[in-house]
Structures are given as C-alpha cells and as structure tokens.
Ligand binder design. Structure first.
Ligand code: ADE
Length: 418
C-alpha cells in the first residue's frame, strides 16, 4: 500500500486516540454500524482531503466499513496528527498522505497521490481536491459522482465556481447543514481556538482585551468563550447586521485598526484576506498576540509583517516573536494557520460527531442520487439534518416534546386569530 506519513511507529498512540474519540461520537458510530451491514459505498472510491485527526480517522473507518475504498490527504500543512496518520496506515490499511509541517510542494503532491486513486467521490475541507480536479482533464471530472465540502471557505469557493459555470459535478455543502455549522463552527471553533491560544501561550484570559475579527458562526463562538473566561471582548465586522448582532450580544464593536491599539490578543475568523492588514499591523499594541482561526493562512498579512520585522525567534511551540523595526514586538501563533488545529487538536469529537455524520450521509446520498444531480452546490435534505439532531439528542439522554394533534392543526391553519 502506498502512503506517506511521518513515522509508522507512532501507530499505537494513534490507535488509542482514535478509540478515545470514537467514544464521544455516538451518531457516527450508529451510522457506521448500519454501513457495516448495508455496505452502501460498495465499489465506491472516495478521495478525502481533510484535517488528519482522530475524529477524521473515525469517519474514514466508517466509510471503509460501508464498503468504500479510501485515500486520505491533509487539508492543511500544519493540522495533521502524525500518530493518527500512522494508525490509519498500520491498523486500518487506509492509504494516508499527510505529515505535520509538510511544505507546500509536499502538500500538493499528497493531493495528487489521492487523485491518482481515481476517486469517484471527493470529500474536501477547503475545496482543494475539487480545485485540483478541475485543473486536470475534463474527462476526469466526468467520472466524479460528486463532492462533499466541510467548511464555509470551501463552500464559498464552490459557489463561486458554480456561478461562473466552472463547476463540473454536484457538490454537497455539508457545512450548510444546521447540525454542522451551528455546532461545529460555533461551539467547536469557540472552544478549540481558545484551546490553541492557551496551549501556545498559557496566558490568563481574564482581564485581557480580546479582539475577534468576524462575527459569523466561528467568530460568535470564539467571542462567547473568551467572554466566558473573563476577557474584555471586542468584535470587528464589515457586515452591519452581524455587527449589530454583536452589539446586542453585549460586545463592543470597533474598527479593526482602532481595536488593534488596545488589543492584548487578536484573532481572525472571517474567511477573508489581510484582515489584520497593513494599517492594523502598523497600529498594533506592543507585545500583542495575533492568531487566525479561518481556513487559509491569508487573514494576517504575513508578507507585510515580515517586511516590517527586524528579527524573529521561536519562543515556544507555535509561538513566534516578531521584533519590528519600529521597536514593538508581535507574537504570532501557529504561523498564522488555523490556531485550533495548528496548536491544539481541532474541534472536540462531540461536535465532529455531527459534522462527520453529515459527511457520511452525504456520501451515501451522492451514491443514491448518482446521475440525478446537476453540477450545482446542494444542501443535504432537511430530514437528514433533523435525523442527526434527533440521534444526537438521544445519545445525550435528552428528550423533546411532541406537538399535540390540536397544535399540529393550529400551526397548519391561518384563520384562527386572537
Ligand atoms: N476541523 C476542525 N476540527 C477538526 C477535527 N477535530 N477533525 C477534523 N476536522 C476538523
């Protein structure tokens, strides 16, 4: 079997971590049990480009037990957990191409190695596989049943491709399921980004001025959790509705260049480029900590930061000091890559349970609807979303009420007023 990982001898540690995560993933486990019986993915090759974590490992194992042939590469050069990659190869015979800290050339070589397996379904976190496939031959994209996409940034890329008429196969925006973004993006990013900041710095958050750029689902989660730990949270936004929501949620909203003057910590969660840009970098307070939790490492203008830097040194893992020519210092976390995966372990398994239940059911949905879907971006049907929520609630031991017949009737009529 072909693979490229850091060190196969790490597999025992990886196996235990995979087992630990599985314990917190009851919904994916139920799906895996059904997949093992029914084999809905028989004769299907799936190429996955996802963060290689203990949670992803459980998704890969579920798909394999569903009958699929799998190949996996990393969706970010810094997010791979090398012990997990080793266990996937050694214990589960899953061809894996991922090494934490791999350079850009290796990253793209790994994507090519996955595509060499000729997948008919691709599974992306950031749309790099779809993008690479569209750069290959037209014939190749014709063989694809469809693709699934995990993250907001990837969905934005896919929708741009659809709008321009470039997209050549159907794509399921897994991110857009409610059981994905309302939980993974908010509570997952909220907790894991704080976790990343703390593992890199071990600072006290209470009393710090903590600036969150972007008040989408991820930004909301980070702001909520930072507030919960006693930080004075400031939000920056470009969207007036999101800014208004942040104000009414009790946060101060400022322009980013102004916020930079007082921030102890700044974190970007926007999906956009150079959010901590030239003006902000020039105004940033001495000894501020900056980090990004968006998908790509473009949110902080690193080129500009480097051009203003006299010298830099690594203080500890994932914490780099930039000494600027103007005499100030800035501390960059995890090279400006998503801090929750670069400097911590990503979202906890409990939320990835729902995200990856959506991924597993999306791949089954693509197989069931082979040839029926257009080259468009789709959301999974509401029934699938609700089923995942129901299973999760059940696993958590929580019950919901049912509408009475009278109530059902009331909400389906229009003529009963005061
Ligand atoms: N994205 C964020 N957290 C993740 C995790 N734990 N596994 C896979 N992808 C992730």
């Amino acid at each position: 079997m072909e693979y490229n990982i850091k060190d196969i001898s790490l597999s025992p540690k990886g196996k235990l971590n995979i087992e630990w995560a599985k314990q917190q993933m009851p919904v994916l486990t139920l799906i895996e049990q059904r997949f093992s019986r029914q084999k809905p993915l028989k004769n299907i090759t799936i190429g996955a480009c996802l963060h290689v974590t203990k949670e992803t490992a459980n998704l890969m194992i579920a798909l394999k037990n569903g009958g699929a042939d799998i190949a996996l590469c990393a969706s970010n050069p810094l997010s791979t957990q090398d012990d997990i990659a080793a266990s996937l190869v050694k214990d589960f015979d899953i061809p894996t191409f991922a090494i934490k800290g791999e350079d850009k050339t290796t990253y793209y070589q790994h994507i090519k190695q996955v595509l060499k397996k000729n997948p008919v379904i691709t599974m992306d976190d950031g749309a790099d596989l779809v993008s690479a496939l569209h750069k290959e031959s037209k014939q190749r994209t014709k063989e694809i049943i469809g693709s699934t996409e995990e993250t907001t940034t990837g969905v934005i890329r896919l929708k741009a491709m659809e709008k321009k008429g470039f997209l050549r196969f159907p794509a399921i925006a897994v991110n857009d399921s409610l059981t994905k973004h309302m939980f993974d993006n908010r509570y997952g990013t909220g907790q894991s980004s704080i976790d990343g900041i703390l593992r890199a710095t071990n600072i006290l958050l209470a009393g710090k001025v903590f600036v969150v750029a972007g008040y989408g689902w991820c930004g909301r989660g980070v702001a909520l959790r930072a507030k919960g730990m006693g930080a004075r949270v400031i939000v920056t936004e470009v969207d007036p509705i999101k800014a208004l929501e942040a104000v009414m949620d009790g946060f101060e909203v400022l322009k980013i260049a102004k916020a930079a003057k007082i921030a102890d910590i700044m974190i970007t969660a926007t999906g956009n480029k150079h959010v901590i840009g030239k003006e902000t970098i020039d105004k940033i307070k001495d000894a501020a900590i900056i980090a990004n939790t968006g998908h790509f490492n473009v949110e902080i203008d690193l080129e500009y930061l480097n051009s203003k830097t006299k010298n830099k040194r690594v203080i500890r893992e994932n914490l780099e000091e930039y000494r600027l020519k103007n005499g100030k210092k800035i501390y960059l976390l995890g090279e400006g890559r998503l801090v929750n995966l670069a400097s911590a372990e990503g979202h906890p398994a409990e939320v990835m349970d729902m995200s990856f239940a959506n991924q597993a059911l999306a791949s089954e949905y693509l197989v069931k609807n082979k040839g029926k879907l257009k080259s468009k971006v789709y959301v999974l049907p509401k029934q699938i979303d609700r089923l995942i929520a129901k299973l999760k609630l059940k696993a958590m031991g929580t019950a919901t009420d049912r509408m009475t017949l009278e109530q059902k009737k009331y909400v389906s009529t229009w003529n009963e007023g005061t």
